[in-house]
Design a binder for this molecule. Sequence first.
Ligand code: SF4
Length: 396
Amino acid sequence: MSKFPRKLLWPCWSAVAVIDRNQLALYLHVPFCWQKCSYCDFYSRPAEPKIVRLYLNRLAEELKFRGPDWQKPVTSIYFGGGTPSLLSPAALDKILQVIRDNYRLAPNPEITLEVNPGDLQSQTVLDNWQELGINRISLGVQSLQQVELKLLGRSHSVSQARRSLAFLAKSEYNYNVDLISALPGQQAEDHLQNLVEILQYRPRHISCYNLQLEPGTPLAERMKQGLLPEISEEEDARGYQQTRQQLKKQNYQHYEISNFALPGFKCRHNLAYWEFRPYVGFGPAACSFNLRERRKNQASLRDYLADSPRNPEVPHEISRLDQQDLKAEYLFMGFRLLQGIDRRDFRSFFQQSLADCYSREIAGLKEEGLLAESGDKIYLTGRGLLLANHVFQAFL
Ligand code: SF4
């Protein structure tokens, strides 16, 4: 959902020069939603009980079948979607059991459940998730203004969002709150008002994405027809600036373009993507990356279910990445982190120095004031973060 904004906090250097890639992040795509949000182009379908049951059986088959390919220790499990919180505790338990039986779990893996606020309206629900071993919640609040939730086509209300936040705040849960900014007609102050209220609940992690108008979505169509006010880039940049200042004052570390965390609460799962570590995705439309090739399951529940149980493999495509593609993706992901990339890690991964591959591009971007260096680290400057897409294109 995020554009590539604009911003710089002083980078916080990681002590780790070479990233440990002998670990695995697991992603489960749950392709069901209560209703389709007006801005969403993720793959999801209405949650019909019979189809959900078939999906769960198929998911278990896929997990078992692909397990032997992935022997690295699993450090994170992420239920995303879609709306995984619409699954019953029994369904979530079944999936987790299949994972435990077929994968090598690292000690204390991070297990995240994406939650729609409407699905967290009692303490019992939260207790159930905790009992299953789910130790991180990512709550899709998006806004605390009813008019904005309506514009986004969200199925939950502001009062439901506040209620779910209150349960989380009372608990010991490590939880993230998702917010969307840069809505049509939204002023920076409207977004700030959402943020200030969210901060009263003290989530461990906050993701602030600005709205992406995905072609073909109802919201993008309404914008195209001139039915909604234009999104102002200046207002967006002002909102981002205020967000950063507000969160910094409250001790949140800005560690990725759109993500902020209290000390010790960065999202371990998402770091796998940004740090170019292997991950494996299950369910329709889920992606996997084994450090050489990318696999994408077909975005069709019908096709996903079609051959079950005769053929345990689900329909998918594989793209082999050549060295040039890999390097570009490595930089694209690594520069999203405010700490940037480490020359020693690049050299260890590609057996070539960053200077040998990109000295001309780096020199040009430094001259433009878009990249800066400190020791072995190279990272986007404040101006570079504002023009991140321009930076990424230089390496393509
Ligand atoms: S809940 Fe999430 S996945 Fe489902 S339609 Fe809304 S934005 Fe898309």
